[in-house]
Write a protein that binds this ligand. Structure first.
Ligand code: BDR
Ligand code: CA
Length: 309
């Protein structure tokens, strides 16, 4: 199985990404989960992570990371994810606690002590990853790749040009994109196409306990989507996991991508060089399309596996 670390801010779609990975333990070995301030403040999203893991009885170590971006104050996603950061289902209190170590030391230990290279899966602002790569640049050699959710070539969702995970910490995102580690970017170009529609959410709620819980998550999450004019609810973060499991479901382009940190209209924008002869070699596989039906089948089947455990 591919050893991975998920760096996240649950978050409705983060929670679904974790479930998707956990349902495929034969393929993905989740060595740890790290949390970062994003959709909500750090304590809330860490608590959400632990509650989710308790709910499925998954004793995966969780380490708390950065509460705020490298510069400035945290902007949360409360409008989309609610007061708890994961509003909707009523999950019982967690029986697990976070590890003592902070996220950076925790990731460092996993990476250093692993025989195989580790794949990082960030589905949140990139603060923890940037701190790791800056403090311990030698770990780059032992990181296989980074499959992240963030950015978008065509448009943003916080501003006209910036997607939330990049918008919250553009300096961190720039460090990660310019790190030299191969990146696969699930940005809005693809994640908005991985949208679940109302009938599918209703169908989930007729199934087993994990599917029902996900249906309740999506009931809440789709309220914001509708407000924003979307027909379905975009399953952003699960794309970063689904690509690891089934890359053939996606279409992509290999491009040089970095992050604008200064522009008045474009701070937090992922900028791709799409010229025929770009200045720099490609550093990112940008996912652009997805077979939506196959993606939904993967999700439904994966949740069913967890329902039966
Ligand atoms: C991203 O922002 C968060 O609200 C979601 O969890 C996802 O990671 C989408 O822009
Ligand atoms: Ca997220």
């Amino acid at each position: 199985a591919t050893p991975i670390i998920i760096d996240c801010d649950p978050g409705h779609d983060d929670a679904i990404a974790i479930l998707l990975a956990y349902a495929h333990r034969d393929q993905l070995d989740i060595r740890g989960i790290t949390t970062v301030g994003g959709n909500q403040i750090l304590d809330k999203i860490t608590d959400n992570t632990l509650k989710l893991l308790s709910f499925i009885n998954a004793d995966i170590p969780v380490a708390k990371g950065a509460a705020a971006p490298l510069l400035g104050k945290l902007v949360t996603g409360e409008a989309a994810h609610g007061e708890s950061g994961m509003d909707g289902p009523l999950l019982p209190p967690s029986k697990f606690r976070p590890v003592e170590q902070g996220a950076v030391e925790f990731m460092l230990n996993i990476i250093r002590s692993s025989e195989e290279k580790i794949t990082l899966v960030p589905t949140a602002p990139l603060t923890n990853i940037a701190l790791l790569l800056t403090a311990y640049p030698e770990v780059k050699e032992k990181i296989e790749k980074i499959s992240l959710m963030g950015g978008g070539l065509a448009y943003g969702n916080v501003t006209a040009t910036a997607e939330f995970n990049i918008y919250v910490d553009p300096e961190a995102a720039r460090i990660v994109f310019e790190s030299g580690i191969p990146i696969t970017m699930s940005g809005l170009d693809v994640t908005d196409k991985a949208a679940i529609i109302e009938e599918e959410i209703e169908a989930l709620k007729q199934r087993g306990p994990v599917s029902v819980m996900v249906g309740e998550l999506l009931d809440f999450y789709s309220i914001f989507g509708k407000k924003m004019g979307f027909v379905g609810s975009a399953l952003h973060d699960p794309c970063a996991i689904a690509w690891l499991l089934h890359p053939e479901l996606f279409t992509s382009e290999k491009l040089y991508v970095t992050v604008e940190t200064e522009g008045k209209l474009t701070r937090g924008m992922t900028v791709a060089d799409r010229r025929k002869k770009p200045d720099r070699p490609a550093n990112t596989e940008v996912l652009l399309g997805v077979d939506r039906e196959a993606f939904m089948k993967l999700l439904f089947d994966s949740l069913e596996r967890l329902d039966q455990e």
